[in-house]
Design a protein around this ligand. Structure first.
Ligand SMILES: Nc1ncnc2c1ncn2[C@@H]1O[C@H](COP(=O)(O)OP(=O)(O)OP(=O)(O)O)[C@@H](O)[C@H]1O
Length: 305
């Protein structure tokens, strides 16, 4: 019998401190990403997502623990680990003197991939960049540069793709183009690690989700299990009135829209009775399933990091 395939990515007890230990960006983070899996890493600003990805990509050194890509340690076996990874960074970094095609050829050379033009053409077509192939990098708009960053990360056909907030500030068209292409690569067997603040994207795309808070992993489960656990029902309505304190303390309020979570129908009835008793007039009442944003907020409020 052949040995089981190693995880696409394995984080084992990863810690990272800055400023002589005053900032603990990561505190004993352990989880695996399976081969072929689409995995979402979520967390509020400063939770440690970029730090974890920087350690994975070999751009930062962990203070403790280990990270492996397809069984290759990112420190001891850096070249093999890096070759297995395609990392789309959060920041737009590029060399302004080259054309798009030159940039992708140079990146291919960096990974020792020869005669890569057929794949480069496919990347350009899939990412809507074909007519920009000969444009200079500095002539491109921000969204176009981001597309090149994605192409650059994929130029060596890495089995593990890492996307650090790839859709921050990009338009709807690029998001759709990007997700269509990344989903295709995932169906073809590439593992994907995505960090994003767009929770509806994570809900739609990711099979499993991990949540970080202040450097600790506070949730890890299948997306469907996260959605059906906890408070699975949400009561949504509009009101101009101020909620009584005992309801306001666990309501999500956005302008006139109020959302209250409930575990079952009897709890919904109880909430409505309390609103009536407090003489809170409500309009446009809806009762629906909790979405990932509801689950995320509940976990972040409840988790003690
Ligand atoms: N070079 C650094 N020096 C000192 N502290 C740092 C450094 N890089 C990150 N940190 C700190 O480490 C913590 C984690 O930051 P990180 O950028 O990993 O969070 P994040 O989850 O990616 O946040 P965001 O969603 O805002 O991108 C924060 O407290 C941050 O201030």
């Amino acid at each position: 019998m052949s040995p089981p395939a190693p995880p696409a990515i394995q984080f084992q007890n990863v810690s990272k401190s800055y400023r002589n230990g005053q900032v603990r960006a990561l505190d004993g983070v352990s989880f695996d990403i399976h081969p072929g899996e689409f995995f979402g890493l979520l967390g509020p600003n400063g939770a440690g997502k970029t730090t974890l990805i920087s350690i994975l990509a070999g751009l930062a050194r962990a203070s403790g623990g280990s990270v492996k890509v397809l069984g290759h340690c990112v420190v001891d076996d850096y070249a093999a680990a890096r070759r297995a990874l395609g990392v789309v960074p959060q920041e737009l970094v590029f060399d302004p003197f080259f054309s798009v095609r030159e940039t992708l050829r140079i990146q291919s050379g960096y990974f020792g991939v020869q005669n890569n033009d057929a794949w480069i053409d496919e990347l350009l077509a899939e990412l809507g960049l074909s007519d920009k192939a000969n444009a200079n990098m500095r002539q491109l708009s921000g969204g176009m540069k981001r597309r090149v960053l994605v192409a650059q990360a994929l130029v060596h056909r890495p089995p593990v793709i890492v996307l650090d907030e790839p859709t921050a500030g990009v338009d709807v068209e690029l998001r759709q183009t990007l997700w269509k292409f990344i989903s295709r690569l995932n169906r073809e067997g590439h593992a994907v690690l995505l960090t994003t603040h767009y929770l509806e994207e994570a809900e739609a795309l990711c099979q499993r989700i991990g949540m970080l808070k202040q450097g600790k992993l506070v949730a890890l489960d299948r997306t469907s299990a996260l959605l059906s656990g906890k408070a699975a029902t949400m009561l949504r309505f509009k009101t101009d009135a101020v909620l009584p304190a005992e309801l306001a303390s666990h309501a999500r309020v956005t302008g006139r829209i109020v959302q209250l979570k409930a575990h079952d129908a009897s709890e919904v009835e109880g909430l409505l009775a309390r609103l009536r008793a407090a003489q809170v007039p409500i309009e446009d009442l809806e009762i629906g399933r909790a979405d990932l944003e509801d689950v995320f907020l509940e976990i972040m409020q409840g988790a003690s990091a």
